[in-house]
Design a protein around this ligand. Structure first.
Ligand SMILES: NC(=O)c1ccc[n+]([C@@H]2O[C@H](COP(=O)([O-])OP(=O)(O)OC[C@H]3O[C@@H](n4cnc5c(N)ncnc54)[C@H](OP(=O)(O)O)[C@@H]3O)[C@@H](O)[C@H]2O)c1
Length: 325
């Protein structure tokens, strides 16, 4: 649980591990035993005292995350003991109780449990909604994706490739860039830590950029901004470079006017009605092997959640960060 609010990067003393009794179930509720937790950067925003897309997490509350697990008790006839389900609001804990209607069935025949937290979970759906609703990439266009090796970016880039685009990733370091090109199939990937980053990005996007899928902000955004083309779309999904520090001043707005840019901030929870369509299409792509679920970094045991979370915020992993319980 959250015990104090961090300044900068979270530290172990901001959290406490507690034993609690199992929740009792109201009519229509289901008790889930978590098997994997899916850690996500947005939880850092909830730790601050300033409201963001959601109110600050109260001190003493369980840290939020998605979780996949098995039904161990059910007051909902649609769920039987042993069914596998995903809880959007599972939290950093071993069990959680939810109204049966809020759970998503995780079909083990379609994908391994962990994929239901990644490409078929919140991360994949964020990429899907961002592109389908706001990025609207057309065949032949250039799409740039930041945090390209991460859970959301890896799906966004692969999806843009499937839609016929030239896709350029941005990631931290040569190993991540090689993964993005060789395993995920992006056309190119540029290391934002390289001293000549801006020039390399320009070279990788010789026609300019039609769609920017923005996950990080800061210097990456500043380098993409002048490359945006007329009628370009900026899908503002996240700004992780600013979650631990004060926000930086961004680039000027004049290009939005002159280039008729479309800048869309979005939060997935406003678009959950698209889940059936997402599961149909992404499920098909995964089944056919056209979307690679991506690598995973798995921590062992509830006690490792803090270490996993802090490492993830610093770019310590390839792909989705998970905790196995
Ligand atoms: N709008 C929504 O509803 C929604 C939903 C889910 C996620 N998101 C956002 O999507 C973004 C990606 O989330 P994710 O779950 O896929 O996380 P992730 O990419 O798996 O992990 C975070 C990544 O951010 C990169 N990063 C960290 N600090 C950075 C910095 N200062 N500059 C540049 N890159 C940095 C790291 O990659 P490098 O090693 O490459 O730096 C790291 O791999 C986050 O901003 C998250 O908040 C938004």
């Amino acid at each position: 649980m959250l015990t104090s609010r961090p300044h900068g990067l979270p530290r172990a003393e901001n959290f406490r591990l507690e034993q609690a009794a199992l929740p009792s179930l109201a009519p229509g509720e289901v008790l889930l035993r978590h098997v994997f937790l899916g850690l996500a950067p947005a939880a850092r925003l909830r730790m601050s005292e300033v409201a963001s897309y959601a109110p600050p997490l109260p001190i003493g509350d369980v840290m939020p995350c998605q979780a996949v697990g098995y039904v161990v008790r059910s007051n909902d006839p649609k769920w039987r003991v042993g069914d596998q389900a995903v809880a959007m609001a599972g939290g950093w804990q071993e069990y959680s109780a939810h109204p049966g209607d809020s759970l998503v069935r995780a079909d083990a025949d379609l994908a391994h449990s962990t994929v239901w937290l990644g490409a078929l979970g919140t991360s994949g759906m964020t990429a899907y909604v961002g592109l389908r609703e706001f990025g609207l990439p057309r065949p032949g266009e250039t799409v740039v994706v930041s945090a390209a090796s991460g859970a959301v970016g890896s799906v966004a880039g692969q999806m843009a490739k499937l839609l016929g685009c030239r896709v350029v990733g941005v990631a931290g370091g040569a190993e991540k860039c090689a993964y993005v090109v060789q395993e995920l199939g992006f056309d190119a990937c540029v290391d934002y830590r390289a001293p000549e980053f801006e020039a390399l990005l320009r070279q990788a996007c010789p026609q300019g950029v039609n769609v920017y899928f923005e996950n990080v902000g800061g210097k990456v955004r500043d380098a993409v901004w002048p490359l945006m083309l007329r009628d370009g779309r900026v899908v503002l999904c996240g700004l992780i470079s600013e979650y631990n520090d004060a926000p930086e001043a961004g680039p000027g707005w004049f290009p939005i006017l002159a280039k008729r840019l479309h800048l869309h901030g979005f939060i997935l929870s406003d678009h959950l009605d698209r889940r059936p369509e997402f599961l149909r299409e992404m499920g098909q792509w995964i089944r056919e092997g056209r979307i690679h679920p991506g690598r995973e970094h798995v921590y062992d045991g509830i006690g490792s959640a803090v270490a996993g979370f802090v490492a993830m915020l610093q770019g310590g992993h390839l792909g989705k960060t998970l905790v196995k319980l």
